[in-house]
Design a protein around this ligand. Structure first.
Ligand SMILES: [Zn+2]
Length: 371
């Protein structure tokens, strides 16, 4: 049992009480005081709806244009990814997995480069960790003749841009992805509008960025009922501007949040929600929903995760309301969005299991440290 102020249900109401858990699933949310293993403000784990954790091998890159940085095949990141030995990449990605777990993320969507080899490497890294990573791979040239096998090993197809592909090839890949009932995610409208129409025509499960979307583009996306993932901190680093978050939400579009490339940002969702609340929305509840339930909707998992309701998985983060940073907070939801930090976390629960306090030591032990 976990108790305290529960941020309950899809509307994130505050309930003073407890969450009981059975077989990894939330059994009941009730009012009143009970004996429990952890106490504090209880929130659903974050869903980070867009990352590239392969970039964990190159932090602190110089500021440069988006194309110089990430455009396939010769942008800086692709050159570095090609040059990095798999073991080094694996270890760097695992550090990010630890960091995501310990900063309250329960699920994430990763656009993984480097074809089948890249997807398999991430699968290996994820094995056994208390986090649900969805691998959105993209086939390398070597995979074009074995697309069926490639797609069977990924959760979705993560497209860098709809206009970077030969249309026939893109159609072939997307048809196979849909035949296998996997998902399609696509970057669009990041530095200009030229790839938005092509992205919508793919009928994807979600579109990432839309920094440059016009009113007309937003209408098109609304009409086609396509969810969107925004990555505002990333957009600020690459200097492409501010995505029209309020406009999209006002039209009823489901908007989630991603921390994007590890070379640009940490994968810490507390930073992303604080940034969004202060620079974009001034609406803590909406921002909180973007970082939890909307992310779950984007990966079609909102019946299982994204909020605290009986029947959903017990993926929870418990925040200390008495820390020097949090004490005095009158509205716990606003406190979480605007000021909570990873060091305010007192407990993490994944599918009903408490993540051990010394979880990070496991990695250090593996790296050769003694405890
Ligand atoms: Zn991206």
């Amino acid at each position: 049992m976990i108790s305290g102020t529960i941020v309950y249900g899809d509307d994130f109401e505050l309930v003073d009480g407890y969450v009981s858990i059975k077989d990894g699933i939330i059994k009941e949310v009730g009012e009143g005081k009970v004996d429990c293993v952890a106490e504090g403000i209880v929130i659903p784990s974050f869903v980070n709806a867009h990352t590239h954790i392969g970039d964990s091998v190159m932090k602190d890159v110089e500021f440069m244009t988006l194309d110089d940085l990430v455009k396939p095949p010769d942008g800086l990141k692709h050159r570095i990814l090609k040059e990095t030995p798999p073991n080094e990449l694996l270890s760097a990605m695992e550090s990010t997995i630890f960091d995501m777990i310990l900063t309250g993320t329960g699920a994430f969507v990763d656009f993984r480069e480097s074809g089948l080899t890249g997807a398999r490497l991430l699968k290996e890294v994820l094995d056994g960790h208390p986090i649900d990573g969805k691998i959105f791979g993209r086939p390398a040239k070597a995979d074009y003749n074995s697309l069926e096998e490639f797609i069977s090993e990924i959760d979705g197809f993560g497209i860098s841009s709809a206009i970077e592909y030969d249309l026939k090839l893109l159609d072939r890949i997307v048809s196979e992805v849909k035949r296998q009932k996997k998902q399609v995610g696509v970057h669009a409208g990041e530095k200009d509008r030229s790839d938005i129409k092509g992205a919508v025509e793919l009928n994807p499960d979600h579109i990432v960025h839309l920094t440059k979307a016009s009113g007309k583009d937003i209408s098109l996306i609304e009409d086609n009922d396509i969810p969107v993932v925004v990555c505002p901190r990333s957009n600020f680093v690459t200097g492409v501007g501010k995505p029209p978050v309020s406009e999209m939400m006002d039209r009823g579009i489901t908007v989630g949040i991603g921390t994007d490339n590890l070379m640009l940002n940490s994968a810490n969702m507390f930073s992303e929600i604080e940034f969004l609340a202060k620079i974009f929305l001034h609406d803590d509840r909406k921002v909180f929903k973007m970082g939890t339930l909307n992310g779950a909707k984007i990966i079609h998992k909102d019946k299982e995760i994204g909020s605290i309701l009986p029947g959903k998985k017990a993926n929870l983060v418990v925040i200390n309301k008495k820390s020097d940073n949090m004490r005095g907070v009158k509205n716990p939801l606003s406190g979480i969005v605007r000021r909570a930090r990873p060091d305010d976390i007192v407990a993490l629960v994944y599918e009903g299991n408490l993540t051990p306090k010394n979880y990070l030591f496991k990695k250090e032990a593996k790296d050769g440290y003694k405890h």
